[in-house]
Design a protein around this ligand. Structure first.
Ligand SMILES: Cc1cc2nc3c(=O)[nH]c(=O)nc-3n(C[C@H](O)[C@H](O)[C@H](O)COP(=O)(O)OP(=O)(O)OC[C@H]3O[C@@H](n4cnc5c(N)ncnc54)[C@H](O)[C@@H]3O)c2cc1C
Length: 391
């Protein structure tokens, strides 16, 4: 039996995300996006407010003192937050997926070690550093055995890590990082606290969009962390495949949901404008070429939402696992966001191109985010390879 309606708990949390966006995100998003210095776009007040209403710790298990929501509920929150600002939504999505990864991979003792300090500090953020200057899409296309340059060598009871990472969302402001490293056993993730000697911010990137969430490059010079900080090895006979696939599934579902939020913000603004603006003797919504653009936006947003919700739901139901699903959700939603934001800008005519309105911000947000979480070409290649293997 298929059930499409949200539970009462999901409707309540969706409503509180909507209220948060109206009160705390929309009033500041445009001004912060336009900060002359890109490092001023991110401010802690939003993170603190997100934390106080429980969104920073959304997926933290109840046994560690969090709300412990499932992937679908967290994705619904990501959509709502992205209606206010994409960067704010990405900050929450990063926490949701990395908390899940830690809970799915580590013992209860280690979860407590890492997650209780996370729970107790409104400014505690998590980030993941996978991409390197010379290794980007190959990590997605090459699978768990791709040769990355960042190394972790065991020295007694410590890993010694060296390498450089780039583009990481939330890096420079996070307190705990999941770093992809190459070990003798294969590629693996290691947890590195921000205050570890030798670990530093290389530089903060100046991004065209999604500016309220910073992206930074990180340098690791003889960084030493305890042996137990290895979250899991990605390749080799002991690979916990279900953990790896679950992480990718929830990550892509959150990315797709955030994209739907951006598309919705653009669509809602365009719909309102098209009902008010009159040209050619009638409201422009009654001009068929405009009405048809709005109908296309509405159709595509609804389809993208169904796909991300299915992907998010499947992330928590192993028997529903289809490795193509999360790639499809991410590709489709990000392209819907790009089409919807450009259409919304067109519907606003000349006003759309002016910086008084957020239309050009929505376009920048949607385009800049299309490469995040694996490029769409990379996700298509993955889908294509899986389809070929099924034939
Ligand atoms: C907003 C944003 C947020 C990000 N957040 C993070 C993060 O939190 N952590 C992190 O580690 N990384 C992050 N990234 C990095 C992102 O995941 C990488 O940008 C992405 O994997 C692409 O790598 P690349 O930039 O090196 O491009 P490349 O891999 O060099 O690709 C360049 C172009 O070639 C195409 N291409 C590459 N290989 C193939 C192939 N085999 N066949 C066909 N086409 C191909 C790509 O699709 C792309 O169009 C982020 C990026 C952005 C823009």
């Amino acid at each position: 039996m298929i059930e499409f309606s949200l539970t009462e708990e999901q409707r309540t949390i969706q409503e509180s995300a909507r209220k948060f966006v109206e009160k705390d995100v929309k009033p500041i998003a445009l001004q912060r996006d336009r900060s002359v210095n890109h490092q001023d776009c991110f401010q802690w007040d939003i993170v603190e407010k997100l934390s106080q209403i429980g969104f920073r710790t959304l997926t933290l298990d109840e046994k560690y003192g969090g709300p412990g929501v499932d992937t679908l509920t967290a994705a619904i929150v990501c959509e709502e937050l992205a209606v206010g600002d994409l960067g704010v939504s990405v900050i929450v999505a990063m926490q949701a997926k990395l908390v899940q990864m830690i809970q799915w991979s580590l013992s209860e003792e280690l979860c407590r070690k890492f997650l209780i300090p996370f729970r107790d500090d409104d400014r505690f953020l998590l980030a993941t550093c996978v991409t390197e200057p010379n290794t980007g899409s190959d990590i997605l296309a090459g699978g768990p055995n791709v040769r990355i340059a960042t190394t972790a060598v065991l020295d007694g009871n410590e890993w010694v890590i060296n390498g450089v990472k780039q583009w990481s969302s939330g890096a420079s402001v996070a307190k705990l990082y999941r770093i992809l490293v190459r070990t003798e056993q294969g590629n693996a993730y290691v947890l590195v606290p921000s205050d570890t000697p030798g670990f530093s911010v290389d530089h903060v990137h100046d991004k065209m969009g999604e500016r309220l969430c910073p992206n930074a490059g990180m340098a690791l010079n003889n960084v030493r962390v305890p042996k137990e900080n290895l979250v899991h090895v990605l390749s080799g006979p002991s690979t916990p495949l279900t953990v790896r696939s679950r992480i990718m599934r929830s990550s892509n579902a959150y990315t797709a949901a955030s994209n739907v939020g951006v598309a919705r913000a653009a669509y809602e603004a365009a719909l309102e404008y098209a009902k008010l603006r009159a040209q050619g003797g009638k409201r422009i919504i009654e001009q068929q070429l405009i009405g048809s653009m709005l109908a296309d936006m509405y159709i595509e947003i609804e389809a993208a939402r169904l796909l991300y919700r299915k992907a998010a739901w499947a992330a928590d139901h192993d028997d529903q696992y289809d490795p193509k699903l999360h790639a499809m959700a991410k590709v489709f939603a990000s392209e819907v966001a790009q089409r919807a934001t450009v259409r919304a800008l067109e519907i606003h005519g000349g006003y759309g191109a002016m910086k008084d309105l957020p239309m050009e911000k929505y376009v920048r947000d949607a385009v800049s985010f299309s490469h995040s979480d694996g490029t769409n070409q990379g996700q298509r290649l993955k889908t294509m390879t899986l389809l070929a293997a099924e034939a």
